[in-house]
Design a protein around this ligand. Sequence first.
Ligand code: FAD
Length: 603
Amino acid sequence: MFLSLLTQLFGSASYSISPSGQYAGSQLFDSNMGPRRHKHIEEYDFIIVGGGSAGCVLANRLSEIRKWRILLLEAGPEEPDITMVPSFALVLQRSNIDWNYRIQPENMTCKEAPGHSCSWPRGRTMGGSSAINYMVYMRGNQLDYDEWAEMGNPGWSYNEVLPYFRKSENNRNIEGNDTVYHGVGGPLNVERYPYTDANTRIIIEAFQERGLPLKDLTLPDNLGVNLVQSTSLNGRRFSANTAFIRPVRNVRSNLDIIVNAYVTKVIIDPISKIAQGVTYFKNGVYVNVYAKREVIISGGSINSPKLLMLSGIGPKQHLQSNNIPVLADLKVGENLQEHPTTDGLSIAFSNKTTPTFNSSQVLNEISNYRKQNIFNGGPLSTTSAVNAIAFIKTKYASVNAPDIQFHFDGRNIEEFYADTQTYIQTSIFPLSFNNGVSIRPILLSPKSRGYILLNQTDPVFGQPLIYSGFFTVKEDLDTLIEGVRFSVTLEQTEAFKRNGASIVKTQLKGCEEYAWGSYDYFACLFTHYTGILFHPAGTCKMGPSWDNDAVVDSRLRVYGIKHLRVVDASIMPKVVRGNTNAPVIMIGEKASDMIKEDWMTNV
Ligand SMILES: Cc1cc2nc3c(=O)[nH]c(=O)nc-3n(C[C@H](O)[C@H](O)[C@H](O)COP(=O)(O)OP(=O)(O)OC[C@H]3O[C@@H](n4cnc5c(N)ncnc54)[C@H](O)[C@@H]3O)c2cc1C
C-alpha cells in the first residue's frame, strides 16, 4: 500500500523548483519540448558520458560556450519526482534508478548478508548518485586537498580548490555570510532542512557534552558537530540535475541530452590513440557519435573504470584475459576506497521524544507534502537524524584531522532486532518515523584498498566484480573500534540520560560468542554487519607521470590516450575525510575550467 501510494503520487518525472522554492509539478521536462528545434547531429565538440554529480556540472559549464556543441549521455531515465522528498531516501535504493551493485563475498566483510554480499547503490538517472543520496553537504578537511597536491597534483591544494566550492554554491544558511569559505548565487542550493526532530537535537547535544565544538563542518578544519547543511531547498532535494541541468535544458540549443543511453565503448583510433567518440546502446540499437574535441567520462567510481576497460584501457593482463585489445596499460579499477562502517549498532529513544506515527498518519503526511506548493516543514522535509554529524580524532590519527565521522539514520528498534538482515535488506520506511537510530562510526582515511574487474560472463552489460578490500589492514578495524567506544560514552551524557536514550546491547546473530562491549564483539559487527557510506573513490587515480598507479594526470587526461578525460569521484587519489558529493561537484567545476583553458584559444 505504501509503495503503490508513492508510485501514484511521485511516479512521474516532472518536478522542478523555481528560485522561490515553488514546486512546479505540471512542467514536463522533455528533451524534445521547448523553444529549441531538434537537430540530428552526430558530431559534437564534447561528449560527456554520465549525467551524475560531475557530468551535470560539466554539461552546464561547457555549454556556456555557445559555439561548442555538447552531448550528455545518461544510462538511466529522467529523475523521477519521488527523489525530491528527503525522508524517502531509502526508497530509492534497490529501485529502478539504482544500478543495484553488490560487492563480492570476502573474508572480512558482510558475513551475515545474503551470499556474504552487501549492496552498493549508485544512482542511475539524471543527477546520478546526487539524485538518490542523503543530501549531506560536506567538503572534507583542508588536508585532503593539500595531500592531493603533495602527491604530485599541481592545482589541487585546498586554497586552489576552495574557489570552485564557492562557485557552485548558493548558501542560504548563516554560514553563507562567511564569504571566505562560502558562495552565494551559485547553481547548487545549500541549506538546513526546515524541520528538526527532538532526537536529532539530543544527539548533537550529547556530542557537545563530550567536548566537540558546535561549528560549520564545511570549514577547512572539520573536527566538531552540527546540524548539517544539505543540498536541498525548502525541504526538497536539490540534485546536480536540479541545480545544473534543469535551468539550462531546452534553453541552450547547443546542449543535447539523451537519457536511457548506455555507453558501451569509447571509440579510440588504435594508431593515433585519439578518442574519437563513443558507442551507446538505446532501444535495442547501438549508435556511434563522434567528438571533435574530447570525450569526457563521468560514469562514477564503478562505471568509469568499467567503461575504460571495455575500451582497451586498463591492466593489460585483465584486458587480455577478456580478449580486449590493449590500448593503454593502466591501473584502472585499482585503488578503490570507501568509508566503511557497521549497520549493527543502535540507539533506542524513549517514548517521550519519539513521535508515534501510525500508517494512516504517515500516508496523510505524504499526501500533504505532495499537495503543498511551498513546503516549510513537516517530517518528510528532512532526513531526520542523518542531519546530526560529528567528526572526531582517535589515537590512531597521524595528522591533525578527524579519522572518524559519525552518521545516524532512523530505524524501528523492535523490527531491527527481530530480524536484522531482513530489516537491513528491505527497509524503505520514511527516515523521519522511527523510535531509534543506527550509530555509524565511519572510517575516514582507510588504509585498505579494493579493486574492480570486468564480469567475464558478460563484461558489457553484467555487473562489474567489486572487491571492497575492507579491513584488510588491521588498523582500519582498530580505528573504527575506537569510534564505537567513543559512541558508547554518549550514554553517560546528560542529554541521553535526561531523555531516556540508550545504546541497545542486544547481541546480534553471528557475534553471540563475544561479550557485548569487547573488542571482538565490535570487530564482529564490522565484519558481519558491514555498512557502507556509498562514497567509492579512487579507481581512476589522478597522479603524476612517475606514479605507476595513476590513470589520469592532474588535468584529468587519461595517460596514453589523447582527447579523453575522466571527471568524477574516481579521480580522487585518496578519498576525502567527509561525504563526497560536494567534492565531486567541485571536481566538475575545476575540470570545466581546465577544459576551457585547454580549448578556448581555438573556440
Ligand atoms: C545512497 C547514497 C547516499 C549518499 N549520500 C551522500 C550524502 O549524503 N552526501 C554526499 O556528499 N555524498 C553522498 N553520496 C555519495 C555522492 O552522491 C557521490 O559521491 C557522487 O554523487 C558521485 O558523483 P559521480 O559524478 O562520481 O557519479 P554519479 O553521480 O554516480 O554519476 C554517474 C552517472 O553516470 C551514469 N553512467 C554510468 N555509466 C554509464 C554509461 N556506461 N553510459 C551512460 N551513463 C552512465 C550513471 O547512471 C550516473 O548517472 C551518496 C551516494 C549514494 C549512492
